[in-house]
Design a protein around this ligand. Structure first.
Ligand SMILES: Cc1cc2nc3c(=O)[nH]c(=O)nc-3n(C[C@H](O)[C@H](O)[C@H](O)COP(=O)(O)OP(=O)(O)OC[C@H]3O[C@@H](n4cnc5c(N)ncnc54)[C@H](O)[C@@H]3O)c2cc1C
Length: 455
């Protein structure tokens, strides 16, 4: 087994073909912002070891990303500072550059005289555009490693899948191949030729919502949160996760979104829990639902647009586009939690105040936006804008898939027809009351205070 065999070859694909040249290896991290359990970093180290070359990690900080606000950037930067410290201890410099990745990464590659560029995988359009720009400008091979999905997105399926039921057997067949223990990143024996320039960690993104206090950023906190969930809550997950008045979910999504925790680490550790309905339900969400969302964004480039919804969903919504709406709100009123519905307002308050809305309520929240906006395209835009702006885990394939599921029937089936929704699955307050103590949730969110809200 050569060094490069540590990473399964199907996890890697070429964005720019060619043989690895002489010179250091640069690993450009984007979505998977961690040192441990990172297939992209392991692969980059293997290349560097095989050619006896230094290795550096680069990150390009952009001034704006899909509406992310100051607290979101602060969470990410705190995690990246830990990454920089942990890498330094392993003899790997962390190079923070700022600006347009399509220009800054090629410059960095040229300055370093690199022999190869390795990057991770993110199916979202801005990330693809950066990859294309970088691959067009550099003169060295560019290799991409899916370090986020347990089964690499391009290997799980070659097409956009219809539903969980169509991707599940494909993933299950491939899990024995890909769900293995991670090797450790080693101390890198070939030093970087010069001291890296000091990083500029300042941030200027606009603020919205109070700072996040309940979720500490970074790899160490992520692993501690995982351990807490596995030791106390996973057994009851299948029932408790749908009750917003109890702590039934894992709360891992901010860590998974920023790659501070590998989904594969979560899956490996969860798989060691006693086999029960809680564990099975959790693994279904973590692997099947999450990787289905990546599949959607990987193969459907209109993942955040009305045109990206399934044909039956678009048709039925268009058939009902002129139905009268009992209430109509604009995005400002929605952001301010100023609707007639106390449950919806409470969910929006949770989103703004905590930067994370309970998973069950996300469905209700998005479906009511469909009911209360002038047309379904506007509803999808509003749900995505609010989710991306206020949610720590927003700007993520699971968010685009979640909004498209709630509003446009993605990965779902037609239900009985009704006004505005057409054949899209309906949810109402009475259904929520049957599931959990709505009044208790509303009271709790009222106590979260009066968060500063700005659209
Ligand atoms: C309208 C709407 C918007 C959503 N926006 C986002 C978003 O921006 N970012 C995000 O990560 N998830 C989003 N989801 C999916 C899901 O609600 C969240 O992943 C989950 O609530 C996160 O909390 P948790 O980590 O405590 O989840 P847990 O219930 O503990 O689940 C563990 C992990 O499994 C994955 N997962 C769980 N449910 C889903 C799902 N339905 N689809 C895909 N993956 C899932 C997530 O990675 C999650 O962190 C959205 C769902 C809807 C309906």
């Amino acid at each position: 087994m050569t060094a490069v065999d540590r990473v399964h070859p199907d996890r890697v694909r070429a964005l720019r073909a060619g043989d690895v040249g002489t010179g250091p290896v640069v690993c450009w991290l984007r979505r998977d912002q961690r040192v441990r359990d990172n297939w992209a970093l392991l692969y980059a180290q293997d290349l560097a070891l095989a050619s006896a070359q230094p290795l550096a990690v680069a990150f390009c900080l952009v001034p704006e990303f899909l509406g992310a606000t100051r607290r979101t950037f602060a969470f990410m930067l705190a995690g990246l500072r830990q990454v920089a410290r942990d890498l330094q201890a392993l003899g790997i410099p962390f190079l923070l550059v700022r600006g347009d990745p399509g220009r800054e990464i090629p410059r960095l590659v040229a300055r370093a005289g690199a022999g190869c560029l390795v990057t991770d995988f993110n199916p979202l359009r801005p990330s693809r555009a950066w990859e294309d720009a970088v691959a067009a400008r550099v003169r060295v091979p560019v290799r991409q490693v899916d370090a986020h999905n347990v089964v690499p997105a391009w290997r799980a399926s070659g097409k956009e899948e219809y539903a969980a039921r169509t991707i599940r057997p494909k993933l299950q067949r491939l899990l024995p191949t890909f769900l293995g223990e991670f090797p450790r990143l080693r101390r890198h024996p070939y030093p970087w030729p010069a001291d890296p320039p000091p990083a500029d960690w300042s941030l200027a993104a606009p603020a919205a919502g109070p700072a996040i206090a309940w979720c500490d950023p970074g790899e160490a906190a992520a692993r501690a949160a995982l351990a807490r969930f596995l030791s106390t809550r996973i057994a009851a997950y299948d029932t408790a996760r749908n009750d917003p008045t109890v702590a039934g979910q894992s709360d891992l999504s901010p860590y998974l979104h920023f790659g501070q925790l590998a989904p594969q680490r979560v899956a490996l550790d969860a798989a060691r829990s006693p086999a029960d309905a809680g564990r099975d339900a959790f693994l279904e969400e973590l692997i099947v639902r999450r990787e289905l969302a990546d599949n959607f964004c990987h193969y459907n480039h209109d993942y955040d647009r009305f045109e990206g919804l399934p044909a039956w969903g678009r048709r039925t919504l268009e058939d009902h586009a002129d139905d009268p709406r009992e209430h109509v709100y604009d995005v400002g009123e929605l952001a301010a939690a100023a609707t007639h519905d106390p449950l919806w307002n409470a969910a929006q308050t949770e989103l703004v105040a905590r930067g994370k809305m309970h998973g069950y309520l996300r469905m209700y929240w998005a479906k009511k936006i469909l009911e209360w906006t002038r047309d379904p395209g506007e509803a999808l835009d509003a749900a995505i804008a609010l989710n991306d702006r206020y949610s720590l885990d927003g700007r993520d394939p699971s968010g685009y898939a979640g909004c498209a599921w709630s509003i446009g029937g993605l990965h779902d089936r037609p239900w009985s027809e009704r006004p505005v929704f057409g054949k899209i699955r309906f949810m109402n307050l009475a259904g929520c009351r049957r599931k959990f103590r709505v009044d208790r949730y509303v009271e709790r969110m009222a106590r979260l205070g009066d968060p500063e809200v700005s659209a």
